[in-house]
Design a protein around this ligand. Sequence first.
Ligand code: SF4
Length: 198
Amino acid sequence: MEEMEALRVTACTRCPDLVECRSRIVNGTGPDDADVVFVGEGPGAQEDSEGEPFVGRSGSVLDDALRTVGIDREAVRITNCVRCRPPENRDPTGMELENCREYLEREIELLDPEVIVTLGKVPSEHLLDRSVAVTKEAGSVEDVRIDGTLRRVLICVHPAATLYDRSQETTFEQALERAADLADLDETSGGQTRLDGF
Ligand code: SF4
């Protein structure tokens, strides 16, 4: 845990627009030995206000879906491609993604997770380094080299997609089920188990 604490970004001014917009830097949350790491795009208004990723409306959807498939949120790591809120909730620019990539790579290296779940188009394309049709490709898995190490990446829709299109709920939950299977969360692994009854 000390190592992860040391990786917390507390002062960074690489992205002038985001520095202007943010209230704080939003670091990842969750145990430093998590087998599953969820990677979103960046903090929204609520996350910026509370200093935690996925605590707004999208966070509620993520929590509900995790509960449905039996994954304990406390057992997974949740982080973002950029740690500061983009103005007017725009997508982070390519430069901002690259500026922040070092922090994400260090976090992934320390976690050494079984699977990385990309929540939406921006993190999927950023980590896979190609164009991704998220709705079509959700649930598919690709091995990709991140900072020199081969990592298993599972593409997933953004939780908010299920708010606008209810048919995405099943897609979303099936992707989370697959993540749990890939990480063997139903088997005890360093205390990481799926919730009872699933
Ligand atoms: S988004 Fe990342 S790189 Fe950019 S200012 Fe925030 S912490 Fe620094």
